[in-house]
Every structure is written in C-alpha cells, then in structure tokens.
Design a protein around this ligand. Structure first.
Ligand code: PLP
Length: 391
C-alpha cells in the first residue's frame, strides 16, 4: 500500500518525533505543579521558565512579556477582549477610544472576538484586502481615526498564505495612538519573527501549527498596554491568565519552535518555496481549470508563506475534491480547517472580491518539513486525474 501524503500543515503539523520523545520521557512525567514550593514544583517552574525563555528567543521579545495559554483561539479572545475592556476601564468611559479596525480576512477566532465588542459599544471597521490578499497601507490609513483603540491584522493569512507588511501597518496605527494586535499563528517558524522590529503591542502563537503538541499556545503583550484578564483564578502567568500551566505542553511547544526555526535557518524556506512553485506550475500548465487565487512572486517570503498554495478550481466543489483526494491518499483542505465543514464559501475569499462560484472550488495545499518532491508530484497527478474524470 502506498503511504498517505499529508499536505495540510496549515491546519496542524504532525508532532515532531523529537517532541514526542520529550513528551514521553520520564523527566516530563515527574514534574509537579509549577506553583508549589517543594522540589517537584520548583523543577516544573524552572522547566516552564526555560520554555518561556526559549520561545522568547525564537520571536525576539523579553521572556516576561510572553504568557502561556491553551492556543491561538484563546489567545485571540484574551487579547482582543482584554485590551478593549482594559482601555474602557482605564478611560472611565470619558475619553474612551471606541473604534477598532480589523482585517476582514482574520481567522474566525479573531473576527468573532472583535465583532463581539459591539456589545461594549465599540464601532468596528472591517478592512478588505486587495485582490493580492494583502492589506494596502493606504486602506488602513483611510480607516484610522483619532478614536481608534486598536488595529488587528494577521501576519500570514491562513487560507491564502499571503504575508502582510506588519512593521509598516503598525507604524500607521501608532501614528494615531492605536495599539496593534497581530495573529502570528501561521507565520511562526515559517517566517523570521522579530517582535521588537515589528513593534506590535500584542501577538500570539499556537503550538500545533509547528509540530508541537495540541492545547498550548502563547501570547505576547507589551507591559504598557491596558489589559483586563479574561480568565480569573489563582493568578498564574503574572495574573494575566489564571490556571495551572501546561508544563509538558510548554516544553514541547518551545522545542518544536527551536527545531523548526533551526530547520528554516538551514534553507527550508527555499526548499518549500521551490516545491510549491513547481507544483503550481505543473497544475496550471496541465489544467486550464486551475488558477492561483493570488499571484505568487517566486519564493518571495515577504509577501507569501513559502510552502503555502491556494488555488481556485473551476466546475468542481472543494468538498468533492477533498473527499476524493482523501480516498486517493491525500490530506488537503478547502481553506481554513475549521470552516471546512460548512457549505458557505470562505469569508476570506468573498471579502476580497472572489465570486461565490469561484470560491466554491477553493483548495489549500500546505507543505511542511516532511514533504518530498515525490509527494507533490503524486498529488499533482491525483488532482489532475480527478479533474479529467469530473469533466
Ligand atoms: N489564527 C490562525 C491564523 C489560525 O490558522 C488558527 C488555527 O486554525 C488560529 C488562529 C486558532 O489557533 P488554535 O487552533 O490554536 O486555536
């Protein structure tokens, strides 16, 4: 039997073998509660702080500005709501900045959190991207107001793979005194993330997207930003996120971040970019029904994630393709993992002006460290043969 080919790293990257080994080791099993005073607890605290320092090294920020939580979704809600509530409390509602700008293509974890702030009286401006899947600085500039509290725009778009110029967008937000919150879930270890250069006020990351364990993530928050914690309790994580920390998870997350960063530094970006470019070429040359959703400048990681390909396929629905390809041994997605159970076209595609008909044929292929040239060739052959049959 031929091996299955996994091409949905943007949904979840398979656990790295070294991380699995660590999680199964005795040293992790023996850890106590990091808030306790005896030696098992102190060892756990030490391990937790080592994980924090190592992750802070990967994203270039101070370790004490990084907080562990359960993942990207929790981090998004915690930051967006925490900053909005914190600012409201600080202002005593007299001089409240009551406006938020958010990219229309944000992940639902962010979008729903932002939209829920209407309840608190916030006015929300949703910013559409251009056909290139990127937010033009002029669009943000036009949306900013004197009372804009925060701007929320992600680093790398999870369906399209497009990368935003966050440093530039942050400068514009800061120009009117607004805070900048950045979802870095898809960018972590695929792009060099230097938080000090990006100058964002808050950012967040998720472990399972980079080959770390599920159920662990982290957020960065600049200390001067007003913030009210959402999860109250024992005051862990400097009172910003209560709850006993997932120490094995944090260790696995930090190890995955280090390993994947080292892999990137050894030229993995170029390798994946090359595979992705070849795959796109093969698909579009051999079928006129397939086109790239956004044009991709060859292996340019400042505008596009290296191993990420999003295409629109004519006259066939995403779900049909995904299920048929699954039967043929390939795991790919129609866009975001969490919306792949719905029959509605992706909000990301419709917000950038893709017609509903075209959006129904969306397919996302995301490569990772174990993807080989043969995997890509076999996938291309499978998709092309499927399209021949379906015509
Ligand atoms: N943000 C982006 C860009 C994502 O791709 C995801 C995962 O799909 C999330 C946030 C949510 O992260 P998690 O799965 O850790 O809750």
């Amino acid at each position: 039997m031929t091996e299955r080919v996994f091409l949905d790293y943007a949904a979840t990257a398979p656990l790295l073998p070294q991380v699995r080994e660590l999680l199964e080791s005795n040293s992790v099993y023996k850890l106590g509660n990091p808030s306790t005073l005896y030696s098992e607890g102190r060892q756990a605290r030490q391990a937790l702080e080592q994980a924090r320092s190592s992750l802070a090294g990967v994203v270039s920020c101070a370790a004490h500005d990084l907080y562990f939580c359960s993942g990207g979704t929790e981090a998004a809600g915690t930051l967006v709501e925490g900053i909005a509530r914190g600012a409201l409390e600080k202002s005593g509602k007299k001089t409240a900045r009551m406006h938020i700008v958010c990219a229309a293509f944000e992940h639902p974890a962010v979008l729903q959190s932002v939209l829920s702030l209407k309840r608190l009286g916030y006015e929300i401006s949703l910013l559409r991207s251009g056909k290139d899947g990127r937010i033009a600085p002029e669009r943000l500039e036009a949306a900013l107001r004197a009372d804009t509290l925060m701007v929320v725009i992600m680093l790398a778009q999870n369906e399209l793979g497009t990368v935003q110029d966050i440093a530039c967008l942050t400068r514009l937000a800061h120009g009117v005194g607004a805070f900048f919150v950045c979802d870095c879930v898809q960018g972590l270890t695929k792009l060099p993330i230097v938080l000090t250069n990006l100058a964002v006020d808050a950012a967040f990351f998720s472990s399972h997207k980079i080959g770390g364990p599920f159920g662990i993530g982290a957020f960065y928050l600049r200390p001067s930003v007003p913030f009210l914690p959402r999860q109250l309790g024992g005051g862990q994580e400097q009172k910003l996120r209560s709850g006993t920390q997932n120490v094995p998870g944090a260790l696995g997350f930090a190890l995955a971040a280090e390993l994947e960063t080292a892999r990137m530094q050894r030229g993995e970006q170029n390798r994946q970019g090359f595979l992705r470019d070849n795959l796109l070429k093969q698909l579009t040359q051999e079928s006129s029904r397939i086109r790239a959703t956004v044009s991709i400048a060859r292996t340019n990681t400042s505008t596009h994630l290296p191993g990420h390909l999003h295409v629109l396929v004519q006259d066939i629905e995403s779900q049909t393709m995904i299920l048929k390809l699954d039967e043929m041994g390939f795991a790919v997605s129609g866009g975001a993992a969490c919306s792949s159970n719905t029959l509605e076209p992706s909000h990301v595609l419709t917000s950038m002006g893709v017609s509903r008909d075209d959006a129904y044929g969306a397919l996302r292929v995301s490569l990772g460290g174990s993807t080989s040239p043969d995997d890509c060739d076999r996938f291309a052959t499978a998709l092309l043969s499927l399209l021949e049959v379906s015509h």
